[in-house]
Design a binder for this molecule. Structure first.
Ligand SMILES: [Zn+2]
Ligand SMILES: [Zn+2]
Length: 135
């Protein structure tokens, strides 16, 4: 029952990527400007850590394609700091409370979902969101 929600900001303009109008897992989603096979649109990811739910708007959900990810506000591509085991770039986003998360840009890769760069950040978030658990 204990879930961790990740709220993320653009590393370039620092604006929130959370879109309250598009809900995934009953929560505001993470909005990403995406280019897939030459088409531009939006991909919405779940802010629930470990959830694989996604919504594609204007782009096709093509398995195994690498998605070109950028900020919907400032349009800058998200920084890439490493390469996934599937050879696709791994993008980095900032967490609102500090720390970072990484996600693989290959659609359908099991690392496409959010992953904490530093596992301590996960504990911090968990403690913050479930204070009674530690009481
Ligand atoms: Zn931005
Ligand atoms: Zn991957």
């Amino acid at each position: 029952m204990s879930q961790i929600n990740v709220k993320v900001n653009c590393p370039s303009c620092q604006k929130s990527l959370i879109n309250p109008e598009v809900k995934i897992d009953d929560l505001p989603s993470i909005e990403i400007s995406a280019k897939i096979s030459g088409k531009s649109g939006r991909v919405y990811l779940s802010q629930v850590y470990g959830s694989y739910q996604k919504i594609f708007v204007g782009v096709e959900d093509i398995p195994d394609t690498v998605v070109d990810c950028a900020c919907p506000q400032c349009r800058k591509p998200f920084p890439v700091q490493k390469v996934c085991s599937c050879n696709a770039p791994v993008s980095t986003l900032n967490l609102e409370i500090g720390g970072r998360i990484n996600f693989c840009t290959r659609n359908g890769c099991k690392h496409h979902s959010v992953e904490f760069e530093n596992i301590d950040d996960a504990y911090l978030l968990f403690q913050q969101q479930h204070p009674s658990y530690y009481a």
